[in-house]
Design a protein around this ligand. Structure first.
Ligand code: FES
Length: 116
């Protein structure tokens, strides 16, 4: 038998069109054998993906499954209001200002967002 495949490199997370332009989308992926909730942020054709974990207190950023608070071009953590730039995922306001979400490499190919 060959080596165990532990990462689903290349697997499709969603369609680009699933992510509102300037907004956020939740996807799940298996990374290093763990099922992870990911946050995808989109600006035009650019998509960046992050673990759905706030750098402030480690809570999920969404307020309900798949539902994120986006206001004035920022993603706002539902727990204590940290605000993150879209699509960079950098905290620009709130309790973890200057920190960044932990990024997951993705690529956009033929209208699909895939793990890179
Ligand atoms: S856990 Fe996100 S702002 Fe506190």
């Amino acid at each position: 038998m060959g080596p165990q495949v532990t990462e689903s490199t290349g697997s499709v997370l969603c369609q680009l069109a699933d992510i509102p332009d300037g907004g956020a989308f939740e996807a799940t992926a298996e990374i290093a054998g763990e099922r992870e909730s990911l946050l995808l942020l989109r600006a035009g054709e650019r998509v960046q993906a992050f673990y759905n974990i706030c750098p402030h207190a480690g809570r999920a950023l969404n307020w309900a499954p798949g539902r994120f608070l986006v206001e004035s071009g920022l993603l706002i953590c539902a727990a204590h209001g940290a605000s993150f730039s879209i699509p960079e995922g950098r905290c620009v306001m709130g309790p973890c200002r200057g920190a960044s979400l932990r990024e997951v490499a993705v690529r956009v190919e033929a209208g699909q967002v895939r793990l890179a």
